[in-house]
Ligand binder design. Sequence first.
Ligand code: MN
Length: 448
Amino acid sequence: MSLRSFLNKLEKKGEVLHIHERISPRFEMASVIQEFSEGPVLFFERVEGYDTRVVANLCGTRGRICSALKTSRNELYMRLSEAQRNPLKPEIAEEAPVMDVHEKPDLSRIPVLLHFEKDAGPYITAAAVSARSLDGKVENVSVHRLLVLDRNHLVIRLVPRHLFRLWSMAKKKRKDLEVAISIGLHPAVLLAAASSPPFGVSEYAVANRLLDGSLKLVKCMEIDAYAPAEAELVLEGRISFEREAEEGPFVDITGTYDIRRMQPVVEIVNVMRRKDYIYQALLPGSSEHRLLMGLPREAAIYEAVSKVVPRVKAVNLSDGGCGWLHAAISIEKQTEGDGKTALLAAFAAHPSLKHAVVVDSDIDVFNPREVEWAIALRFQASEDLIVVPNARGSTLDPSADQKRGLTSKMGIDATRPLNIPRENFERAHIPSTQKVAELIDKLRKTRL
Ligand code: MN
């Protein structure tokens, strides 16, 4: 399964907007993508200064991601957590479309987007970075932003997670870490790379399970790492164990600028690509960014809360909370205390979570008005509020103690208290007849 096969499917459904005007990857494309966030896939056919076409907003809606994984909104969590529990090793292919061309690196020929006014430079944002431990026993695939430094160097942001761990292991032996940076991927690969199965589980194997065993990999030509056989473009590189450069400012999922840091430099040593490769862009802070980062966390929360309360209906890392900091969780409450137990499990499952609301299963967590309605009518701050000061949290929140990574967490239990009669919380309902339903239908149609 490839980016192209998915694009063809979307094309048939009329979900791809082709842009034939010549447009620059310097700010211009980012403006258009921002305008159509949550809208169609954007296909830039003519890119100023480049021969390459650019696709963006591929995973901009929940519906498109579900269609890529052949699942429904309600089953998405289960699909994601099941794939993490049952990873399936992909086959290795000898030949692949991505091996059409191999050439010396020249990053200036790739239409990498410059997104925001104060960004440090053009950033690659939709790449899956894969690496193996020096002994070859552990493989990891994750998504990282990469700042273009020059023709053959990037700076990579390494958050202290799995790739950082592999890099630290290599660094101890004074060795560079070899990486395959793959761009132009099927959503399942990006989503798997954005998820966090335990260290030692390859996210390629998670992606392969999501794709029912159809993912194939190829071995890179110059380095010891693997890339999806059907990727559009693969940059083969080495993360230096000693050379660092300044990384940032860069706009992250919150839509604010992340701070400058010294980060490791990647030397690109070889490029593999399809002859007419399509470059995949992702606008930071867009719905696509929120969904790709947030969905695997929703699945993790769903899984964790399911273990402590009888039934979880849905989890939404809401748009207003940057798809990262705020969760609304609906449960079927059985005993008093279920709401608070669910909150504690959610905070444990997603350490960046800052504010969480638990509601009953009659509330639609994807509708902020309904969630607020539940808080208005089913919540008492003196009883139902949890505040945890100085807990570990996201470093992206400017109101937090970013240096120490500490924040305050707030949990709101907006489930119905069981000691108050259920009918007090009942949403009033007007009895209807077929006649009235037909009349309303007619009025709707005739209304100007
Ligand atoms: Mn990992």
